[in-house]
Design a protein around this ligand. Sequence first.
Ligand SMILES: [Zn+2]
Length: 297
Amino acid sequence: MRRGMVLGLLLALAGLVAVKAQPPAADAPKVIEVEKVKDNLYVLRGGGGNTAVFVTATGVVVVDAKNPGWGQPILDKIKTLTPKPVTMLINTHTHGDHVSGNVEFPATIDFVAQENTKANMEKMPIFKEHNGVGMTKRTFKDKMTLGKGADQIDLYYFGPGHTNGDAIVVFPALRTAHAGDLFQAKALPLVDGDNGGSVLHYPETLNKAYKGIKGVDTLINGHTPAKTTVADLKEIADFNQDFLTWAQAELKAGKTPAQAATEWKVPAKYTGYSSTVAPLFGGLEGRIKRLADEMKK
Ligand SMILES: [Zn+2]
């Protein structure tokens, strides 16, 4: 319980670091910035992970609901964009900076997530504290299509990475996808081992995503302040593969995760990548230790 709260707080802080925001005071106004991606698709930034708002013929589909207390500010902001009602909330994964606002959405709407993410969310205190409001109602395993034509949404799960339930949400008519924290930013990704994340399989999962989301050119990412492209998705897959190859060689050479962690640098060919490794989940040493554990299995 306490551990979950601490993790949630750390994730919230990581999100802030990722968007380079100033740490807000407790009573700071909840400011959401809107970027119009396409005619009927917006990104709402601030307060945790990036939220997508997709306006369909019959209602509004929201992807991710930010930190605790940010559900109502999301709903208020949507009212400035469209008079249509919110009908569905899709969560890309279980983390507190993406799902906590769920509990402020109307209990009657559809809540959708990958099946492992639902299982992970069921362990979170916030949903117990709100009598299950905001908990996932509909799940998928590998792929699910919702709606059709201009309103079609394709949900994909390509394997373990950031967690064991990372959904990529594709809006085919708009050639755009929300990649969640599987592609959080141009940096080494966070890997949440307690929620099934995998250092060993991360590059493979990203490559499957790159090949699997055909027809997409624009990406909304978990935390970046600007959109990225599918070319960036291929690059982050290569970046993670290069890190994996390097870390496996270090371990095979008999280095401990702590020793290896002092030696890693961003390879020169990756421009614009952060060399800062977030301290969450044990920082760089924790990632290499996670890999060592996975290689023993
Ligand atoms: Zn996350």
